[in-house]
Ligand binder design. Structure first.
Ligand SMILES: Nc1ncnc2c1ncn2[C@@H]1O[C@H](COP(=O)(O)OP(=O)(O)O)[C@@H](O)[C@H]1O
Ligand SMILES: [Mg+2]
Length: 350
């Protein structure tokens, strides 16, 4: 039986000492655990720092890898452990090397400090507290306008890092391919898939997405739980966290994943056209100073065509990883079938 070895509570002292040393605080006190990290890998917590009588709040992502892992979906092996450990490393690299390039259109926490112990895999990352910065709300579902606010964040993020014909190593300190479900890192789940048309076409779909002429950085886990909201959502009222799977990709991968996470199947059917249109409008304005008019047109045309393939690609992951997952629904099935039909008709034309 898999046994979770709980991360040691004693590490709270280590974290406090680290905060005192690195951030020159007089005192560091844990206020609360926000949540445990996935599969018992540690916790994310809020700390209070006191320096010369002044108080400040920070967020600590405290990674203490367990010796044995119990996974909710039974994908419990060395492969998934290595992927997870690398993802924490990528997240720290993102904050250290890339996050400062983001514009005011894409609020996110400030990086304050981190440390990594190669021998044990333990690491600590310290970020500014978005609650204090005006983003105290969390949501599970979004209205149409609220969803647009998150889409705007994504479009500006994608616009910021848009790259035409990128060199293969343009972001290789992050994931060479962003998003946690992409085919190259999900061979176990691929094996577990039923033998069907989607499985046969998985590599072709992956190639279409990854060989698109226009790549950017994708957030990689852009579900509604990874966004924090201001009181009214308006005026840059959305900020993002959780950059463990940030890397190269086409922006529509983040878009479809967001829609699947915050809208019901009925809402997807009703609002899909409006929301994807809104995404492209925002993207066009975000790349205004970065691409020519012709390139912008090509970008929009190419990414629009890739929408159904992005759905199919995520559906491929779910069919292996968690076939009964609620995100496998009528809408994702329709999109997947459309992608497969397009591939078939393209092959017939060849
Ligand atoms: N800098 C931050 N400020 C405020 N809240 C945060 C911050 N970072 C994370 N959180 C909160 O903690 C939750 C978990 O953090 P996250 O990095 O997403 O960890 P996990 O990898 O376990 O999902 C987030 O969904 C968010 O609500
Ligand atoms: Mg998260």
């Amino acid at each position: 039986m898999a046994v979770i070895s709980p991360y040691s509570v004693g590490t709270e002292v280590d974290v406090s000492n680290f905060l005192i040393t690195r951030l020159q605080a007089t005192k560091a006190i844990k206020i609360e655990t926000i949540q445990s990290l996935w599969s018992g890998y540690g916790e994310i917590a809020r700390y209070k720092l006191i320096t010369d009588g002044k108080e400040e709040q920070v967020i600590v992502k405290n990674i203490q890898p367990p010796s044995q892992v119990e996974h909710p979906y039974q994908w419990n092996n060395e492969h998934s452990h290595q992927r997870k450990m690398h993802s924490y490393h990528v997240e720290a690299t993102w904050y250290k090397n890339w996050a400062h390039l983001c514009s005011v259109e894409t609020p996110l926490p400030n990086y304050l400090a981190s440390k990594f112990d190669e021998a044990t895999g333990q690491s600590i990352m310290v970020l500014s507290d978005l609650n204090v910065q005006g983003f105290p709300h969390r949501r599970e579902q979004l209205s149409l306008d609220e969803c647009k606010a998150v889409i705007s964040w994504l479009a500006h993020f994608h616009g910021q890092f848009i790259t035409k014909d990128p060199q293969s190593n343009w972001c290789d300190d992050l994931w060479p391919m962003g998003c946690y479900w992409h085919l190259a890192t999900r061979t176990d789940e691929f094996e577990a898939m039923p033998d069907n048309e989607l499985k046969h076409q998985a590599a072709a779909i992956d190639t279409l997405l990854n060989q698109c002429q226009f790549q950017t950085l994708v957030h990689g886990d852009a579900k509604v739980a990874n966004f924090c909201f201001s009181d009214d959502f308006k005026n840059r009222g959305v900020a993002a966290v959780d950059f463990q799977y940030v890397g190269a990709g086409v922006g529509v991968k983040d878009l479809i994943y967001l829609l699947g996470s915050c809208l019901s199947v009925d809402e997807c059917e009703t609002h899909y056209d409006i929301l994807t249109e809104f995404y492209f409008q925002q993207l066009i304005s975000a790349v205004k100073t970065k691409l020519t008019k012709d390139d912008t047109l090509s970008l929009v045309t190419q990414w629009r065509q890739l929408l159904v393939f992005a759905w199919a690609d995520f559906e491929r992951f779910l069919q292996g990883w968690a076939p009964k997952h609620h995100k496998r629904n009528r809408f994702s099935e329709t999109m997947t079938n459309q992608a497969l039909a397009e591939l078939k008709s393209n092959n017939n034309l060849d």
